[in-house]
Structure formats: C-alpha cells, structure tokens
Design a protein around this ligand. Sequence first.
Ligand SMILES: [Zn+2]
Length: 280
Amino acid sequence: MTKQKVRKTRFTLLDMGDFDAYKAEHVTLTEREQLEDAHKRIVWPIPCYCVLVQHPVLGNVLYDTGIDDEYPLRWPENLLKEYPVRRFRGLKDRLAELGLSVEDIDQIILSHMHFDHAGNLRLFCGTKAGKDIMVQEEEARHGFLLSNIYDCEEIRYRYDGYVRHEFNGLGGISFRLVKGDVKLAEDLELIHLPGHTPGTMGLVVRTEGFGTAVFPSDAVYNAANYGPPAMLPGMCACPKEFGESIEKCRKIAEQEKGVVFFGHDVKDYQTYKKSPEWYE
Ligand SMILES: [Zn+2]
C-alpha cells in the first residue's frame, strides 16, 4: 500500500532518537549559565529526526537520513565522546515500520551534511534515490572541503560536524547540486537557509488538511531561536544570515498560517506526530 503513490501529499517525522549537545551551541546562555558553562559545559539532550513526504507525483521523498544506523562502529571516537547518543532509533527500522525499504525511496534531500542529518547515505548506494541526492551547492562545497582538510579524528565537531566517510567517495552515490530556493511541486519547496552552515536547506510541505509545514532543520534549532524576537545560537557559520533565515521561515509561516517544526527542540518535539502517524 505505502509503496504505491498516494493520492494526496502527506508527511511524517521519522524519529532518530536523542543525543547530548552543548546548550551554548543552540541558544544564547544567560549570564548565570555562562558562568556555569565556563566551569563545566552545560549539556542537554536534543531530539533528531528525518521527514518522509509521500507525494502523488514525486513518490517517497526523504528529507535527511539521520544518524548512521551503525554509529557506534562508524563514528570517529571523538564524535562518540562529544555527542553521546542517549536514545537511538535507526532509519531502516523506521522505514520498515511503514512497510518501506531504502529501495522504495524516490528522492533524498539533505538539509545539510552534518553527522546527524546525512548519516545513512551509504545505505542508498546504487538505489534510485542514492543516484540523485539533492543538496545546496554551497553545502557540498563547504562539507567536502572541510571534511577533506581535517582528519576525522582531529575534527572538533563543535565547529564543523562533517564526517568525511559519510558522504565522500561512496560508490553508487551522486549528488544533484541546487542553488537557492527550488520549487519541486506546488506543495513541495526547498528553501535556502544559510547561517547554521552556508548551504542549510529547509523544506516546505503543504497538505490539504494540515496546511503548511516549514522544516528549517538547524536553521531554527528550537523555539528559543525562533522567538520572536529571534535568538541566535552560539554555533553558526554566519550570525547575520542565521537571523535572516529565521525571518524567512517566519514570513512563510505567517503568510500561510503554517507551522514551523524546529530542528532540535527538546520540548516541542514531544508534541510532533511521528511515524507511523501522518500529517495529511
Ligand atoms: Zn547541523
């Protein structure tokens, strides 16, 4: 049933679990927190997810591929230590729950190439989707360059977060580079949201019943970033662009009375529907 194309667009969140991150990377700390953080880094658990859109024309569209299904074996030691995974739910299992396998995915779109968003590309080697992975050109330039300058074991993930072997040199994997905003269909659009990384890309999905959903990925980590007023996180490639990207999401959400699904919000995440439930 789910392998057939749907008659109307629908989407769901594929829960990937939680990992610990430094709070200062995601929000501006209060003065008190800054003192505490200087003494001992404040850590909080953040949820992680992919989005599966089922579209009448485009088929199964997967936005992000999450944390590598075999991360304990495949992550560099320092990444395992810096960002310990507290709760893990793999991509293959989430798809299987919906009666799908990697072969059933028609299109992959990467919000950006960080380890918690592009971790399972290897699973798609040789598949239809694996031969045509959409990513912003700026993101590919940035990710491939950084990951090839530094040794994986040397990388300070707090600053770049790219793991070379997760996307580089994989046989059976090709990328389609896109620039700026791209309309895939009337009800499915990609929006360029630089700031977190130069090529962070959001997804806008419109369904008949739910209306407009904006997925900004790490361009808006959480409700605190979104405000209003917008609050910048401690980790971003370009603070000015980060602020502008938040406002770009807000504008779409306000114009279309839509909902912004934050990338890593501890609290709001509890309220989002996850697979096998759908937004239709
Ligand atoms: Zn990121």
